[in-house]
Design a protein around this ligand. Structure first.
Ligand SMILES: [Cu+2]
Length: 263
């Protein structure tokens, strides 16, 4: 479901400089809309509508993970108001075709993936119901009960950090297709909703003990070597899309660089 919206206070975050002025106006407008009415009822083009939703929203999948029927009927997968439903073949367990055939991204072309190759293809999804239990409240509690960021992130992340599935990789693998592919996953707009939710869980974990947890960071810069160990002074790579930012400056979502809170 789309129960809530992250509220941006003041100028929108690091993404703002990348966004053309007109789109930016909509995103800033989008920040105020949910208090009044659903973003969906606005007269934006569907693209801008979804842009606003994905940038400023998260998907709390614990509300949809009870069983397959609940998940498939989630507003997230609504064929017109959501992000498109799973391909019929995937719902009945067949291997193809897996193109997302309805919704705003029905003719959405991706150029990266599967795996590391460049190939123009339509957005794909393949429902994997067997991992739904990993998106339930108990699994979120397993992460938020951790006392250090190191154990928190391992409990959150899953493969390849852990042999067992955790909430991060479960979200990817349940949706499957491009989302299930390490390289192509960010091509599915659901990637943003899923990661916003993980960010929200991290944020709530931090706020339970801000004194310690707003500066508690660890981990590696990449999955495969060569990697660097992460510290507060680690500079986040943005290629040419934005200015580099020090991790220590984005630890707090309500700090100076980021400027939003989860509701
Ligand atoms: Cu991910």
């Amino acid at each position: 479901m789309f129960p809530n919206l992250s509220v941006t206070l003041g100028p929108i975050s690091a993404v703002a400089p990348l966004v053309p002025q007109r789109v930016r106006k909509y995103t800033e407008e989008g920040v105020r809309i949910p208090r009044r009415k659903s973003v969906r009822s606005e007269n934006f083009s569907s693209y801008l509508n979804l842009f606003v939703q994905t940038l400023r929203r998260y998907w709390d999948w614990t509300q949809d993970s009870r069983d397959s029927e609940t998940f498939l009927n989630s507003p997230v997968f609504h064929p017109t108001l959501g992000f498109g439903s799973f391909p019929a073949a995937s719902r009945s367990g067949q291997a193809s075709p897996l193109d997302v055939g309805n919704g705003p991204f029905a003719s959405y072309m991706l150029s990266y993936g599967p795996r590391g190759v460049v190939s123009n293809h339509r957005l794909t999804r393949a429902f994997n119901s067997t991992l739904l239990p990993y998106l339930r409240t108990a699994l979120v509690s397993n992460t938020t009960r951790q006392s250090t960021f190191e154990t928190f992130r391992v409990e959150l992340e899953g493969g390849p950090m852990t042999p067992r599935v955790k909430i991060h990789d479960a979200g990817h693998r349940i949706i499957g297709g491009d989302m299930g592919d390490t390289y192509a996953s960010f091509g599915d707009p659901l990637f943003v909703l899923h990661h916003s939710n993980l960010d929200r869980i991290w944020d709530s974990w931090q706020r339970a003990d801000p004194q310690r947890r707003m500066s508690d960071i660890s981990g590696r810069s990449t999955t495969d070597p060569p990697y660097e160990d992460i510290t507060l002074d680690f500079s986040l790579e943005t290629d040419e899309l934005a200015q580099r930012v020090r991790i220590g400056d984005v630890m707090d979502t309500q700090g100076g660089v980021l400027c939003y809170r989860y509701v």
